[in-house]
Ligand binder design. Structure first.
Ligand code: F6P
Length: 491
């Protein structure tokens, strides 16, 4: 279902017509975590994206959300079965927490999920570590997630798995009960040439094909999954219908690009207090005449941060007049820091920022503001609203929601999106963004220069078009389309 910006502004219902009446969501990350700081209990709320989007659906269905309880005070607020009613200020659904041991986290989460499946799906095969050593624990934890789902589900229930952490759980659920199973795979799906290297490929495909409905962001990921099902299992693939038949079961497979809660981002940006931007600039020593480019990323090697820094360095080399006139604000969030490749990336980025800043420094001015501290949603919205351009340059990304959030927060429509053609979001936004290949340093630098030099009218026209796409394909329309398709499959 596509909706205009105006319609989106008035839409308030969280329960669309096809939303299941009994819903169990299963994901690795939880929507709320309880922590204790200086003896005080605090609740970490969903920062945005999927958890924030699913929360209203869960409230209207009074469903159950099963997830890893990773907060340090999580156990103290749950009952003996790991259940707690959430949201804390208006309890309306059940969060069932699973407890993972250190070894579980090391092998299931940091191990098989993030050092095997993540690199394989993002085409970074050389980063794959110890697939065989980690797999048993991955299977084991998947079984525990599945048991928790079976505990709650019956044949009228829709069990909705999220992501690559849970490829095996659907098979276990189907062995035990007759619930409708669906899964959204939030990252790319690799070609058969990459996927085939996994010794566990058959079990993974078999697990995913236990779902009645399996969804990816893009048609190209669906195509690759169908190739893998055909080559890796004795499966019959109907490409036109988007279905796989294997061992007497049928799975519908389709593309449903995830959107953001555009209206919420728009409102946040619109309500940025007067004076926010002046004080942000002042705090970071950004002069009144300086243009601002922004980059916001989880510190992940798929996000193309070193490649972006290389392009900026080239820009300052070739355009000395930009020194003192352009500031790049880079906000990063640490991620998966127990994994060596992630720690190495963090060091590389910090070192590169320091080197580039040193190289181009003039009279106390430096080209890059590097922020690792927490920025609230409102500050982020303010940054997105006022930045002259956003640099989104992943070397591989299933979708990339930062690109969409930047656009949704562009309430004045003056900014320019510079977007990697290797991000899933490029399929939606590529026509009106300034496209780049993150590895092509020279043309990436040219693209930043083009974005900064673009006339007001062109900027406005491009941003208007981008905003139409982002609002029409927002989180709610994504969910409606998924649930409508699920309802049709269920019959
Ligand atoms: O992109 C896949 C994803 O699982 C997102 O859903 C999530 O925001 C991100 O990776 C963060 O991953 P983690 O849960 O490992 O911090």
């Amino acid at each position: 279902m596509n909706r205009s910006i105006e319609a989106a502004e008035t839409a308030e219902s969280a329960g669309g017509p096809s939303r299941p009446s009994s819903l169990v969501v299963v994901s690795n990350r939880q929507p709320y975590s309880h922590d204790r700081t200086d003896g005080e209990l605090s609740v970490d709320e969903p920062a945005g994206g999927l958890t924030a989007g699913l929360d209203p659906v869960m409230r209207t269905t009074d469903g159950t959300w099963i997830a890893w309880g990773d907060g340090d005070a999580d156990e103290s607020v749950t009952d003996e079965t790991g259940r707690v009613r959430v949201p804390p200020d208006d309890p309306s659904y059940t969060l069932r927490r699973l407890w993972l041991s250190e070894r579980d986290v090391e092998r299931y989460y940091a191990g098989y999920s993030n050092q095997v499946l993540w690199p394989v799906c993002h085409g970074a095969n050389w980063k794959v570590e110890h697939a065989e050593r980690y797999f048993d624990r991955y299977r084991d934890v998947n079984e525990r997630f599945a048991e928790a789902a079976v505990d709650t589900a019956d044949e009228d229930t829709t069990v909705w798995f999220q992501d690559y952490h849970l490829a095996l759980a659907p098979r276990r659920v189907k062995e035990e009960c007759d619930a409708f199973c669906m899964q959204f795979w939030h990252i790319p799906w690799p070609g058969w040439d990459g996927f085939r290297r996994l010794p566990q490929r058959e079990e993974l495909l078999d697990g995913l094909l236990a779902n009645d409905f399996l969804a990816f962001h893009l048609p190209s990921y669906v195509e690759r999954f169908l190739d893998c099902a055909e080559s890796g299992l004795d499966a019959t693939v109907d490409r036109e219908a988007g279905s796989v038949r294997c061992r007497g079961e049928t799975t519908t497979v389709g593309a449903f690009p995830l959107g953001v809660d555009a209206q919420r981002r728009h409102e946040q940006a619109r309500s940025v207090p007067n004076g926010f931007w002046d004080s942000f600039r002042e705090d970071h020593g950004i002069g009144p005449d300086e243009r601002v480019a922004v980059g916001v990323d989880r510190l992940d090697y798929t996000k193309g941060i070193p490649e972006r820094l290389a392009a900026l360095e080239r820009l300052f080399e070739r355009h000395p007049e930009r020194r003192g006139r352009l500031r790049y604000v880079q906000k990063v969030a640490e991620s998966r820091t127990t994994i060596p490749a992630y720690r190495r990336l963090g060091r590389t980025v910090r070192d590169e920022v320091a080197r580039i800043n040193h190289r181009f420094a003039v009279d106390g001015w430096e080209p890059i503001v590097h922020l690792e501290e927490y920025l609230g949603e409102h500050e982020l919205a303010g940054l997105y609203r006022h930045a002259d351009c956003a640099l989104v340059s992943p070397v591989c990304d299933g979708m990339n929601l930062v690109a969409q959030e930047y656009v949704a927060a562009q309430v004045d429509g003056n900014g320019v999106l510079v977007l990697s053609e290797l991000a899933g979001a490029h399929e939606l936004l590529g026509e009106q963004a300034v496209s780049i290949n993150p590895y092509a340093t020279e043309t990436f630098a040219d693209a930043i220069e083009e974005a900064l030099g673009m006339g007001a009218r062109e900027r406005q026209e491009r941003m208007d078009a981008l905003r139409r796409v982002v609002f029409e394909n927002d989180l709610e329309s994504w969910m409606d389309e998924l649930f409508e398709t699920a309802a049709t499959i269920r019959g």
